[in-house]
Design a protein around this ligand. Structure first.
Ligand SMILES: [Mn+2]
Length: 443
């Protein structure tokens, strides 16, 4: 399944409708990157480019112009039978315009002269200020070339603008089609997490759980993970972005899995935490239930008009209260919240925008004020607690427990819809769900 061309065409139209006349937009796909010697990383286009084209090849550049009409120009790699035999098929210049629904296709080798002709007599050029600065250097060179033609009556652009605020604001609000893709990315991610839970008690090492998780993603048709999977057992769960996944899974520990599949360029992002041998210890169960309560309280706050920071406040409130009751923090609730005492155990935010990028683009604040939720926004809700052994002031029964629970939600008219449904979440649900799959480890 691919999205219809009209999705990308509409995105281009919507973008250009917001820009002044005589604007030119430049959006590159990015290129392949060397991993080591002659091996490349698997290529994945920049999300802005993919959002506007649906095209997955490297070394491509989209140029949109708003002169009398809106025109779309795409620079792509040429057909090259020898290269294609070795490196894979290319769409080529001939087919590109029709296949991708753009007005004109160019060969990427003609980029300099092509862009020069497209920039002639334009007033403003828009490109992403968060992407490579090489483009700004090229742009200056193109503009100075055009300025040399001033006596021939050519006008050069006199304004370089950041494309991010306009394009990324569009990407924050997801359309029905996008929500469908996110729902599918979430559903595949759920299946992967279930496979991980199913396999953990018979796995000796974190990477074996990763293999089961990612095998399920692939089996379900996801072309790649949305980000590097985290399989963190025991104390490794206290390292927030642990991706080594090489440790032996010790008996009795919790395993934190933070992983998501990609679908049509859209990311799933789920964190599950479950016991390696299917049963929580009392201390693990207490902390786990606290994080789950915080997550549910946070999700309950989400609806149109509510300020973004309310979600975090809700989870902070529940977590601080719970840490106080369990004796991990001491003092008065109000004071502890004001002093952000929770930060030594919960050091990240409660979530982020989710879309084509796992930490998706878009402002969180406007004029220094947290923005309010709108229908079609998609975000993660993921409170956590991480009690490393360095916290010698707390009882050692809490040490080396790291828990995060993360789901993806879309803001709806009446509240929000959880996209990542179908996972056992309470202590009881998890233990009951895992029971039939408890195996013995191969020695
Ligand atoms: Mn996340």
């Amino acid at each position: 399944m691919t999205l219809p061309l009209s999705f990308y065409q509409e995105n281009r139209q919507k973008l250009m409708a917001q820009l002044p006349d005589n604007s030119v937009v430049i959006v590159p796909s990015g290129g392949e990157k060397i991993r080591n010697r002659d091996v490349e990383f698997l290529f994945r286009p920049e999300s802005d480019f993919f959002y506007l084209t649906g095209f997955g090849e490297p070394d491509s550049v989209l140029v949109l112009m708003k002169m009398d009409d809106v025109e779309s120009h795409l620079f792509v790699r040429p057909k090259d039978p020898k290269q294609e035999t070795w490196q894979g098929r290319r769409l080529g210049v001939e087919c590109a315009a029709e296949t991708l629904g753009v007005n004109h296709a160019w060969c990427i080798d003609e980029l300099d002269e092509g862009i020069l002709s497209l920039l002639e007599n334009s007033a403003s050029v828009y490109l992403s200020f968060s992407q490579s600065s090489d483009w700004v250097i090229s742009l200056y060179e193109w503009i100075s070339e055009l300025k040399k033609k001033i006596r021939q009556g050519v006008e050069a652009p006199h304004q370089i603008c950041d494309l991010d605020p306009v394009l990324h604001e569009m990407r924050v609000i997801k359309s029905e089609v996008e929500i469908k893709c996110l729902r599918q990315a979430a559903a595949i991610s759920v299946q992967g997490h279930l496979a991980a839970m199913k396999s953990v008690s018979s796995s000796s090492f974190e990477y074996q759980v990763q293999a089961e998780l990612e095998a399920e993603f692939v089996r379900q048709g996801s072309p790649r993970v949305a980000f590097n999977s985290i399989i963190a057992s025991g104390k490794n769960a206290c390292v927030l972005h642990y991706t080594e996944n090489r440790s032996a899974i010790e008996p009795g520990v919790l395993v934190l899995v933070d992983a998501g599949a990609e679908w049509q360029g859209y990311a799933g992002d789920i964190t599950s935490t479950f016991p390696a041998n299917g049963v929580f210890s009392p201390a693990q169960a207490q902390l786990y239930t606290l994080v789950l309560n915080a997550q549910q309280a946070a999700i309950r706050t989400i609806k149109p008009g509510v300020s973004y920071d309310v979600v975090h406040q809700a989870s902070v409130q529940v977590l601080t209260q719970g840490l106080l009751e369990l004796g991990l923090l001491k003092g008065s609730l109000e004071q502890l919240i004001e002093d952000e005492a929770f930060k030594c155990f919960f050091m990240h935010g409660t979530g982020h925008w989710l879309g084509m990028d796992v930490h998706d683009v878009g402002q969180y604040k406007k004029q220094q004020k947290w923005r309010s939720f709108e229908v079609g926004m998609v975000l993660t809700v993921e409170p956590g607690l991480y009690i490393s052994a360095e916290h010698s002031q707390v009882d050692s029964k809490w040490h080396n427990i790291g828990i995060r629970i993360e789901d993806d939600v879309v803001v709806t008219e009446s509240g929000c819809e959880i996209l990542t449904k179908g996972l056992p979440r309470t202590v009881n649900e998890i233990e009951t769900w895992m029971r039939p799959f408890l195996g013995t480890k191969a020695s």
